[in-house]
Structures are given as C-alpha cells and as structure tokens.
Design a protein around this ligand. Structure first.
Ligand code: AMP
Length: 278
C-alpha cells in the first residue's frame, strides 16, 4: 500500500478506509523510539496514522519551538519503511482557528513536576491530542512511557472527558549506553552527551534501592557527581497515575523521574519501579 500524506483535514478525511485505526502522535524528527510505537500500532489496527506536528501551543515563550528539529523528508522514509498507512502533517493554521477560544485545562496535575517547570505545557499537549483524536478518530492511540506524565495526563483526560479511545503506553527505547532516545539528543555535543548519561545512570542506581528515601538519595548522588554542565530541574519519586510524590511507606508501582539541562538542552527521563510493602 502506498503511503498517503495528508496535509490538512480534507486530506485526512479522504484517507479514511473504514477499518480500525491506530494513531501515533509525534512532533517528527523520528527515531527508534517512534518506530517502536509505530510497530506496536501496526499490531493493534488495520490502518496506522502517524501525525507529525510541532505543536506551538505546548512550547513556552523561551523554549525551543523555532529550533525544534524538522526532518520531514527523512520522517516520510521512516514511515514508508515501517508500513505506515497515513502521515498527517497539518500546518498550525490548519489545526488552530484564528479566533479559537476553547482549550483543554489540565487541572492541578498539569501544574506539578513537569507542569511546574513548563507552565501551560500540558494544556497545550492535551488540547492538540484531543483535537487529533477528534480529527483522526482512532480506536487506539500509542504514547511513550518516556513522557510518563504526558501519558498519565492523557489517560486522565480520556477518563475525565469520556473520550472514546484506548490509550496504550509503550516502553522507552534507549541507546546501548542507556541514554533515552529523544529528538532533542541531536542538540547535544559529544561532550554533553557523556554528561547526559548521568540521567539514565541515576535512575538505574535509584531503582536498585528498596525504599523511597534510599531511591531518591542514590539517584541524587549520581546527578550531583555529574559536574556543573548538568543542571537538575527535578528528581521525583511519584505515583504513576497522579504524579504526586510517594511517601516512605508507599507500596506498589512508582515512577522515578528526572529533568535536567545539559548545556542548553533540556532532557527528561524516568523508570517505573515497584516498591515492596515494609
Ligand atoms: P515526540 O515526537 O517527542 O512528541 O514523541 C512522540 C511520541 O514518541 C510520544 O508518545 C513519546 O513519548 C514517544 N517517545 C519519544 N521518545 C521515545 C523513546 N525513547 N522511546 C519510546 N517512545 C518515545
């Protein structure tokens, strides 16, 4: 089957075949992490739609919207190679009406952890994701655990607003040395890339410990040893569904999440671990 490229909503309507649809929302600059989501989508539906849209609404005024990598031709090749059926690549003008008023409010959960560091970010994410759901009307949508709070917030939105779509989370794909794949890794110099390894190492070290205080301390120790080019934004151990910090007596799954700036590049990473009852 030929890959269909839909550059606006009319194109998307024409591309519909009537079977079950799996949607993989992305901002492009596709890498192995995105490929793994596409492969998972393939197993879940008749038609796989990949959206490629750098969403201005989810970037703050001082963030990297204008320099975010845009590699559309290479992305099309990746989609072709992975057997994607439709690439939806709209313009911002096609997505957002000039007189738009209404958007999704991410609530208290959108203001903590990553949301505290990036005010308005999750409102922007949820607004575009809900619009993509309405435009594509997928049966299932695939999101990476790499953006753990985003995944939790999308599950929250789908539950709170009764959005008729199944949300599937996919594991984080890493480089052999542990660095989580990210479109932003291409900003890193060779030296910065070495410094950035502290994130995955800290998570790995923390996850081997038995209690919340020891997990946090072990991870913090690795981050503190990484030198002055690593600026830690947050290191938290949180409930995977609410992103509230877990207490010392917490049992069950928890997410150890970190955000840090290396040079001028902001990176996030996380691992899920299970705490045993004391
Ligand atoms: P992005 O293009 O960065 O907005 O990411 C699009 C989707 O790919 C999101 O659901 C991300 O969580 C997911 N993703 C990004 N990096 C990875 C990775 N290393 N492994 C798995 N999924 C990823």
């Amino acid at each position: 089957m030929e890959l269909i490229v839909a550059r606006n909503r009319e194109g998307l309507l024409k591309a519909r075949t009537g079977g079950e649809v799996a949607l993989v929302p992305t901002m492009g600059a596709l890498h192995e992490g995105h490929r793994s989501l596409i492969r998972l989508a393939r197993t879940r539906a008749d038609q796989v739609v990949v959206s490629i849209f750098v969403n201005p609404l989810q970037f703050g005024p001082t963030e990297d919207f204008s320099r975010y990598p845009r590699t559309f031709d290479a992305d099309l090749e990746v989609c072709r190679a992975e057997g994607v059926d439709v690439v939806f690549h709209p313009s911002a003008e096609d997505i957002y009406l000039p007189d738009r008023q209404v958007s999704v409010h991410s609530g208290r959960m959108g203001e903590i952890v990553e949301g505290a560091a990036r005010p308005g970010h999750f409102d922007g994410v949820l607004t575009v994701v809900l619009k993509l759901f309405n435009l594509v009307q997928p049966h299932v949508a695939i999101f990476g655990q790499k953006d753990a709070q985003q995944l939790a917030m999308i599950r929250r939105m789908v539950a709170d607003l009764d959005v008729p779509v199944e949300i599937v989370g996919a594991p984080t794909v890493r480089e052999p040395d542990g660095l989580a794949l990210s479109s932003r890794n291409r900003y890193l110099t060779a030296e910065d890339r070495q410094v950035a390894l502290a994130l995955s190492r800290a998570l790995h070290k923390g996850a081997a410990e038995p209690t919340p205080s020891r997990i946090r301390a072990a991870a913090r120790e690795i981050l503190d040893a990484a030198g002055p080019r690593l600026f830690v934004d947050y290191l938290v151990l949180v409930d995977p569904a609410t992103f509230a910090e877990v207490g010392e007596s917490h049992a069950g799954p928890a997410v150890l999440a970190v955000a840090a700036t290396v040079g001028t590049t902001r990176l996030i990473d996380n691992v899920t671990l299970t705490l045993n009852p004391a």
